[in-house]
Design a protein around this ligand. Structure first.
Ligand code: PLP
Length: 419
């Protein structure tokens, strides 16, 4: 790296909060699935801003929409209706089981809105004692106080106490004991259908069905956090559309009714961000009518949420993702990537575990995770870490077969170098 670059990095680190450890290169621009640093080095971007750049970098349609809308109207007070807001909301409602949308600016804000909505709905419908929220171990829901309060990491960050009260953590995918956490005080359950930061753990469909059943009697709001795994990332528009369950007898000790048909497990509320903006900062909460209706005038708001520019981008990005052939492509590319990782695992035993769903995959290898990520980066593949030991692969959803094979060959080569 040139002396100039090192000076820029050092100065930036001096001037900004060190909440992240700075990378050793400066990123300059991106095109499609590739990102380039200021020295001109090219990377296959399998980080994509952590599952953000769903349409890749500098997508021509997105650039056109941003330019056009920025020149037309970028900001207006939230009480104004605009055509992009209607268009974006229509796509979110037309492609799932939800009736209404609230636009936010990030994942954590979507989670805040969802928690407030569930608590308000519970207050109105169950009484003021219904304040409790059930969340899961290894969860991640964000870094503001509400979302941090339902994130398991809070248990090791006592310096931020007090968090919001009445949150109980349950083991993910564990039928035992979860029922005991439910009472007339329970307002909501929040779960990531595929855990992102805490290891790439898909929920078991039968566990989600069990949760749905528990939430149905007496009614408790079931919130799916789709921030990372939604917006097409796992091959369906919403993550819940990837989970269907049939006969429960075989997997939860017969505690719940038997379902003979495969049925999707619908949440009441879902939180979105990341991939829905493909790099543009935006989020949304979608909810069934009775929950959305709890949020009356004055209960919530945002200066930027739902601004015309963000909504125009959302309409463009989600308009692409919602196409059946786009989602089929994600499923196909996810299967290809998993299959190729599996081949390396079988051939060399250097990959020890593969996890995740769709194009939200991770692998564990014989190389310590941080060293592996550093070596992949040097070899031209950008990745991120998930959980304690996984290399996470979340490429743009537009990735092609050839680009996947290029990434796989970098992974294979890296696993065989000396550490
Ligand atoms: N929820 C999940 C599942 C996430 O993965 C994240 C971010 O990684 C968030 C919420 C928070 O999103 P943001 O960083 O946009 O606030």
């Amino acid at each position: 790296m040139s002396q100039d670059n090192q000076t820029i990095i050092d100065k930036t680190v001096d001037l900004t909060f060190e909440t992240y450890k700075a990378q050793s290169v400066i990123l300059d621009h991106g095109e499609g699935v590739y990102a380039y640093d200021t020295d001109g080095k090219k990377y296959l971007d399998f980080a994509a801003g952590i599952a953000v750049a769903s349409l890749g970098h500098a997508h021509p349609k997105m650039l056109e929409v941003i330019n056009e809308q920025a020149g037309k109207l970028m900001a207006c007070q939230g009480s104004y209706v605009t055509e992009p807001k209607l268009e974006a909301a229509q796509i979110l409602v037309d492609n799932g089981c939800f009736d209404k949308v609230f636009f936010s600016n990030s994942g954590t804000e979507s989670v805040e809105c969802a928690l407030k909505m569930a608590r308000k709905w519970a207050y109105d419908n169950k009484g003021e004692q219904a304040t409790e929220i059930i969340a899961f171990r290894n969860s991640f829901h964000g870094r503001t106080y509400g979302s941090a309060s339902v994130t398991e990491k809070r248990l090791s960050q006592a310096f931020f106490e007090p968090y919001i009260p009445d949150v109980h953590f349950a083991d993910f995918n564990d039928f035992d004991g979860i029922e005991d956490l439910f009472s007339e005080k329970t307002a909501a359950v929040i779960i990531e259908p595929v855990q992102g930061e805490g290891g790439l753990n898909p929920a078991s469909p039968c566990f989600l069905r069990h949760l749905r059943n528990l939430c149905d009697r007496p009614k408790v709001a079931l919130i799916f956090d789709d921030v990372q795994c939604g917006s097409g990332r796992v091959g369906t528009f919403y993550a819940y559309q990837s989970f269907s369950c049939c006969n429960l007898n075989s997997c939860n000790n017969g505690k719940s009714p038997v379902y003979k048909e495969m049925k999707l497990i619908e949440p009441d509320i879902a939180c979105l961000a990341k991939g829905m903006g493909s790099g543009f900062p935006v989020g949304a909460v979608v909810a069934k009518k009775q929950f959305a209706d709890a949020m009356v005038i004055g209960t919530h708001g945002t200066t930027y949420g739902g601004n015309p520019l963000a909504c125009a981008v959302v309409a463009c990005v989600l308009g692409e993702i919602a196409q059946p052939e786009f989602l089929e492509h994600v499923q196909e590319m996810g299967a290809l990537l998993r299959g190729e990782l599996q081949k390396i695992k079988e051939k060399s035993n250097k990959i020890t575990d593969i996890s995740g769903l769709g194009l939200m995959l991770g692998f564990e290898s014989v190389v310590p995770v941080k060293e592996m990520i550093g070596a992949l980066h040097k070899n031209g593949l950008m990745t991120t870490q998930s959980g304690a030991s996984l290399v996470r692969l979340t490429p743009p959803l537009i990735i092609t077969k050839d680009e996947i094979m290029e990434a796989v060959s970098i992974i294979d080569k890296t696993l065989h170098q000396d550490f």
